[in-house]
Write a protein that binds this ligand. Structure first.
Ligand SMILES: [Mn+2]
Length: 344
């Protein structure tokens, strides 16, 4: 990891225009790491134009970020005229949709600064790879570059790096030990941690709050082998509602909803449930449930979703039957017998 090598490339190219690219629907980590790097490069090359480009858009929380911090991003950067391209917080250029080809064709040297699993093709494409997939946020890597030069980030840069880390670690829940020493260093630059975190907290819609509360009120609790299963229904925000039930204490939650004849179910669980039962909510529950509801289901081990047709109560019953079967008889692969297969 070396800022010196990065600077060597910029100096060798006498780069007058350096483009720092963030991934599709750029998040806080991506934009804040670009902002930190932009400031650091400007300390050494004050006459170069160093621009942050988000050719594949930015996400909703990032819009709040741009209101509170003096960060400027170009949503339509001129990739062709960039003399050096830096890719931030992404392991493939495919994350930039249509711009991917332009980047690949560009003769400008490419540099990647990323904390995802390294991708061979990207490593071939890039002249310099600053990658650490152990880092919890890309902002950590940019902080390390500051540390290497012994330059301290100014208050806005420190704030940005702090916020980027907070977002990518889900408010530090996914932080590693080194993350905390970086955070301590950033806070010592004068950040009010409490105030900064609340400033960038996303407002929750009233309708979402009510949906979650209604889901709680309607919850049916079933205990299977000491696992608490929560089943509920609400007409919108099924996913946040399922997450809310898990946050409240359920080991696994399923929340269904019906809209214009179609049924939607979101499933969430805690890691322990997935680890101890071996149940993958995507393949073991959502997929067969989707089939049962003549639709589709899939997703991750601890978060999945189903779309299909049918009645809410019947769908939840079937969901419970699948969970029961997988919890009590993990080896079986047949459909649960408790509920007869639905006629088309
Ligand atoms: Mn990231």
């Amino acid at each position: 990891m070396s800022f010196k090598e990065l600077l060597n490339i910029l100096e060798e190219k006498q780069a007058g225009f350096v483009l720092l690219l963030c991934h599709r629907s750029a998040d806080a980590d991506s934009i804040c790491s670009a902002y930190g790097l932009q400031g650091l490069i400007k300390r050494f090359l004050p006459n170069s134009v160093v621009e942050i480009g988000c050719p594949a858009g930015i996400n909703k929380p990032s819009k709040t970020l741009l209101e509170y911090l003096p960060i400027t991003v170009n949503l339509n950067p001129n990739i062709e005229s960039a003399e050096v391209i830096v890719l931030l917080d992404m392991n493939t250029v495919e994350q930039l949709d249509e711009s991917a080809d332009t980047i690949k064709k560009s003769p400008a040297p490419k540099i990647i600064i990323d904390h995802h699993a390294p991708n061979q093709e990207t490593m071939r494409l890039c002249r310099l790879c600053i990658i650490n997939d152990k880092a919890a946020a890309n902002c950590e890597l940019v902080y390390q570059l500051f540390a290497e030069t012994k330059i301290k980030p100014n208050l806005n840069e420190a704030k940005a790096l702090f916020v980027g880390i907070a977002f990518d670690t889900r408010h530090f829940a996914l932080a590693n030990s080194p993350t905390f020493s970086i955070l301590a260093a950033l806070v010592s630059e004068g950040i009010d941690a409490q105030q900064t975190l609340s400033q960038f907290a996303l407002p929750i819609d009233t309708s979402e709050r009510i949906a979650k509360l209604k889901a709680c009120k309607r919850t049916k609790i079933v205990i299977i082998n000491e696992w608490i299963v929560a089943l509920s229904h609400v007409s919108a925000y099924q996913a946040p509602a399922a997450k809310a039930l898990v946050d409240l204490g359920a080991h696994v939650a399923a929340v269904a909803g019906k809209k214009s004849g179609k049924i939607e179910i979101s499933l969430r669980s805690i890691r322990q449930f997935n680890k101890d039962t071996g149940i993958h909510l995507g393949t073991d529950i959502a997929a067969p449930l989707g089939e049962y509801l003549q639709g589709v289901g899939g997703g991750h081990a601890m978060a999945s979703g189903v779309n299909g047709k049918g009645e809410i109560q019947d769908a939840l019953k079937q969901c419970l039957a699948l969970l029961k079967q997988k919890i009590t008889n993990p080896e079986a692969t047949t459909q649960p017998e408790t509920i007869p297969a639905k006629s088309p």
